[in-house]
Design a protein around this ligand. Structure first.
Ligand code: CMX
Length: 134
């Protein structure tokens, strides 16, 4: 079951500059910075009520974030939904005809198991499923 929008991911060129920009915008600072080597990203998180804003900077030119910025520029990169059981939700969405970008959940930032859906199967929006690792 999908529970809520867990976070919105925003691709940025400079995490440091965007941390300052968003801190001014929100009137508070990020609560963590975390690198996810396997995804080629450095991230920071701002808590906004029940939802978070994740800023993502590429750490190598092959990173999905580097390619995204090269093609589209900085901006909203993905919407992440918290799910109660990521294995069940992946199975359900696969059976509904959505294209899963990974066959098994993988470890993402902020202590989460994650899975992405291809934007071509979701009206051009990159969707992430995430479930907290307990
Ligand atoms: N949102 C919407 N559309 C996107 C997109 C995004 N974030 N990223 C790429 N696209 C579009 C491309 O522009 C392209 O569109 P057109 O065919 O109209 O030109 C289309 O998707 C497919 O592009 P592609 O060439 O097949 O694939 P890419 O190499 O651009 O990769 C994607 C796209 C989504 C498959 C890849 O970025 C991916 O696997 N993403 C999941 C992993 C990820 O994003 N990791 C970084 C975040 C990690 C984290 O949150 O911790």
């Amino acid at each position: 079951m999908m529970l809520k929008v867990e976070h919105i991911g925003i691709a940025v060129k400079s995490l440091q500059e965007s941390n300052e920009l968003f801190a001014k915008l929100f009137g508070k600072t990020h609560y963590k910075v975390e690198s996810v080597e396997s995804e080629g990203v450095s991230t920071s998180f701002f808590q906004m009520g029940e939802t978070k804003i994740e800023l993502l900077e590429a750490t190598n030119p092959e990173s999905a974030i580097a390619k995204f910025i090269e093609k589209k520029g900085e901006g909203i990169h993905h919407i992440a939904y918290e799910v109660s059981n990521i294995y069940e939700e992946m199975e359900r969405l696969k059976n509904e005809g959505f294209t899963l970008l990974n066959a098994e959940p993988k470890k993402g930032a902020d202590n989460k198991l994650i899975c992405f859906l291809h934007p071509k199967s979701t009206n051009g929006v990159l969707i992430e499923l995430c479930q907290e690792i307990k």
